[in-house]
Design a protein around this ligand. Structure first.
Ligand code: HEM
Length: 342
């Protein structure tokens, strides 16, 4: 999540077929090994992969408690613009300095899920000059760093069983560059809220209420700023005439990113909507919980796994004040990760 900026990325979103649950579980358990195997070949390229699990998939994959705030992304219909909610059971956010490593890992993941899950979106992102989006603005400057970033993204004691994980929201935007390019640079700066060439935030008295930056500063009840960690990437296809931004935002609670989305699409008392949307159309939208590596390496039992009733030892132990009903236990074999290649 905190891998920082990368020159290349691949975003894969899958839906898992009925009957594909075990393959998905096995892949998730083997993921850290796959990343090591591919990444070790070119260590300087800093390959990383984050896996996210969608709300509907969670109950099909795992028994037991769910991450407290995992739910499908709510679609938003503003007066002018719409944020759709689109299917997604598994997200893989793969990053490295070069595309070859990203592509290799994406291919291995896809092969492991062949016939068990289908790709509903594959986006290959690239870094555009000095961290710019295809609108020409530097994107990512105000991301929190260091300990502040950790506090922003990792679930804590508020949901102890899922501490160390995170939530991520993705949206794929297509830009109308013909229309954007008709705006003079000063007007583009008023849309984004920062200067274009040197990336400085507009002064408070020059900052429009409906700029992208103004609408994405979210504060809690005490007036404290609530940051998210973004790792947006440009993408494009000349054949399809697509110029896009893949938005990806991590946070310890999806509520912060959802508030930003409401500000952008539904507006605030001071702004009808985020002006960046007049030039950008959201074509996908999904929300995922990102488990910690510890969770993935030793996941809970599969959904619907028969639990084994363990009878209490004969006679209550002296310190045992319970009713001696016994405990539900899942056999170790059901939780073991399998190195088997599908
Ligand atoms: C059309 C897609 C998008 C583009 C091209 C885009 C681009 C940018 C740019 C150029 C900046 C200013 C530099 C920076 O601090 O990164 C920015 C800031 C920001 N964006 Fe976006 N963004 C997009 C979508 C989103 C979405 C969907 C969200 C949240 C749901 C979001 C949240 C933010 C936040 C939190 C900031 C920092 C605001 C601040 O504190 O100054 N962005 N974005």
């Amino acid at each position: 999540m905190l891998a920082g900026t990368s020159r290349a990325a691949v975003f894969l979103v899958f839906t898992v077929d009925h009957g594909g649950e075990e393959a998905a579980r096995e892949l998730l358990a083997d993921l850290s090994g796959l990343v090591r195997a591919v990444g070790f070949r070119v260590p300087d390229d800093r390959l990383s992969c984050v896996a996210g699990i969608g709300s509907l998939a969670w109950d099909r994959l795992f028994d037991g408690p769910r991450p407290a705030e995992l739910h499908p992304l709510e679609p938003l219909q503003g007066a002018r613009h719409r944020a759709p909610s689109t299917p997604g059971d598994l997200l893989f956010h793969i990053r490295a300095r070069h595309t070859d490593l990203c592509f290799e890992l994406a291919a291995l993941i896809t092969r492991r899920l062949e016939g068990r899950a289908r790709i509903v979106d594959e986006t290959q992102g690239f870094s555009y000059f000095d961290q710019r989006d295809v609108l020409g603005f530097v994107d990512g400057t105000e991301n929190p760093e260091g300990a502040r970033a950790g506090r922003a993204v990792f679930v804590g004691e508020e949901d102890a069983a899922f501490a160390g994980g995170s939530y991520v929201i993705v949206q794929k935007y297509l830009h109308n560059l013909d229309q954007w390019d008709t705006l003079p640079a000063e007007e583009q700066e008023r849309v984004v809220g920062r200067t274009k060439s040197d990336d400085i935030e507009l002064a408070e008295d020059a900052q429009p209420a409906d700029s992208h930056v103004a609408l994405n500063k979210v504060e809690d009840a005490e007036g404290e700023e609530q940051p998210i960690v973004r790792a947006n990437m440009p993408f494009g296809s000349l054949t399809r005439g697509e110029y896009g931004t893949y938005f990806i935002g991590y946070c310890r609670t999806p509520a912060v990113t959802e508030q930003m989305l409401r500000n952008m699409f539904l507006g605030t008392p001071d702004a009808t909507h985020d002006r960046i949307l007049d030039f950008s159309t959201a074509t996908t939208g999904s929300l995922f919980y990102v488990p910690s590596t510890d969770f993935l390496d030793d996941p809970p039992a599969p959904s619907g796994a028969p639990a084994v009733f363990e009878a209490p030892a004969a006679g209550p132990r002296p310190e045992d004040t319970s009713l001696g009903i016994g405990s539900l236990k899942v056999p170790a074999a059901m939780t073991a990760t399998s190195p088997k290649v599908l």
